[in-house]
Ligand binder design. Structure first.
Ligand SMILES: [Fe+2]
Ligand SMILES: [Fe+2]
Length: 397
């Protein structure tokens, strides 16, 4: 179904809203240093839509490749992660690709029917038939999986950069396994989208903005913080939510494998940053990272609004502001935020970025309930999966 083409006036209004949101993103960030570090990427992502031009993007890397010709055995915990990563390698071809996936079959839903709230649409002037509703569900699922794919490409490049830059030799060996893991994740999400969903959505501008900022940052620990803690935390939250709610067996099998890899990646991030932040940084440098993590966490929470799906379905039928409130209030997004922060906040605590100075801000954002959760250095992928399985079983009762 094609929505009616919006009038020029309406299109202009929507562009202004998008621009207004960009300005809002940048002014929402209180600290000028952080606004400056996010700013250029935000202009390229949110205003120029660099990720959507259909041409390759080249980022100028500014980090230093760190060599060590003495090959020290310098980090037993990373060496242990390396051993576990080697033992945990899997072949994407071994997944049950023979399973026939029909994205609009209500008997085997990709996402539960109440992932977004159908009843909230008429109040915004939109009525969908049952068939359209199912197709819309297909769009939402394909959009989410497409963002997973783009995030995995970001993770592949970032893991390669981090492997070059990190000063622990055991970390480099471990990092190489993560590069392979991320390549496999790109492989499985792309294969699933192309062969089962029949479509791939373009990269979301906010996701592009975060990746853009990390690729060019010269500070290795900022890359670590951004990728291994924030983006991987976001990914774990998103994968966990989808694993928990989907009824499609191939997708569940795929996500189960990916989650176990990702749990190791976040563990590595916690281990690498914990001592560095405590021992190597000045109080001022630590505060900057604390503020950056808080701002980026809120951006990630507030900004992944699937505008690409909105433009396809509802542009001209409801405003972007109406769409935003619709998405923000959807039960699936609420779950996603819960799982994401239950992973992320304890990890920030574990690396020392949850001091008494910033705790009140997390409290004001309603995130205090996650302060005492388990961090990635004490959680295993298997443990996370069984927790998600328990929650799923409880919710299905
Ligand atoms: Fe990944
Ligand atoms: Fe990862």
């Amino acid at each position: 179904m094609r929505p009616p083409r919006p009038t020029l006036r309406r299109r202009l209004g929507q562009q202004l809203d998008a621009l207004g949101e960009t300005v809002e993103v940048l002014t929402e960030v209180k600290d000028p240093r952080i606004a400056r570090s996010l700013g250029p990427g935000a202009i390229r992502g949110l205003v120029l839509h660099r990720g959507k031009q259909g041409v390759p993007t080249r980022f100028q890397a500014r980090h230093q490749a760190h060599f060590d010709w003495t090959y020290p055995h310098d980090h037993p915990e990373m060496a242990d992660l390396y051993r576990r990563a080697k033992a945990g390698q899997w072949d994407a071809d071994a997944l049950p690709w023979h399973i026939d996936v029909d994205p609009v079959n209500p008997e085997v839903p990709l996402l539960p029917v109440d992932f977004v709230d159908l009843n909230a649409l008429p109040a915004r002037g939109v009525h969908l038939s049952e068939k359209e509703w199912r197709q819309f569900g297909h769009s939402i699922a394909a959009w989410m999986l497409s963002q997973f794919l783009h995030g995995e490409q970001g993770a592949l490049m970032a893991a390669a950069q981090v492997t070059e830059a990190v000063q622990f030799f055991d970390g480099k060996l471990y990092g190489a396994t993560q590069v392979m893991d991320e390549a496999r994740h790109v492989e499985v999400f792309l294969r699933y989208l192309e062969s089962k969903m029949g479509r791939v959505y373009q990269v979301n501008d906010n996701l592009y903005t975060i990746i853009d900022g990390l690729m060019g940052d010269s500070r290795w620990d900022m890359k670590f913080l951004g990728m291994q803690i924030m983006v991987e935390g976001l990914a774990l939250g998103a994968f966990g939510t989808m694993y928990k709610v989907t009824g499609e067996p191939l997708l569940r099998a795929l996500l189960s494998n990916v989650i176990q890899d990702e749990a190791r990646h976040v563990h590595y991030g916690v281990v690498a940053l914990r001592d560095h932040f405590r021992l190597e940084l000045s109080p001022r440098e630590r505060q900057e990272r604390e503020d950056w993590a808080f701002e980026v966490a809120l951006l990630m929470r507030n900004r992944f609004m699937a505008y690409e799906v909105y433009e396809e379905w509802f542009e001209g039928r409801m405003s972007r502001a109406q769409w935003r409130s619709f998405m923000q209030q959807s039960p699936g997004m609420e779950q996603f935020r819960t799982v994401m922060f239950s992973r992320l906040v304890p990890n920030l605590r574990a690396i020392g970025l949850l001091s008494d100075r910033v705790r009140p801000r997390y409290e004001a954002a309603g995130l205090a309930r996650y302060f005492d959760g388990a961090a990635a250095d004490v959680l295993t992928g298997a443990g996370m999966l069984s927790e998600l399985d328990d929650e799923r079983a409880r919710e299905l009762l």
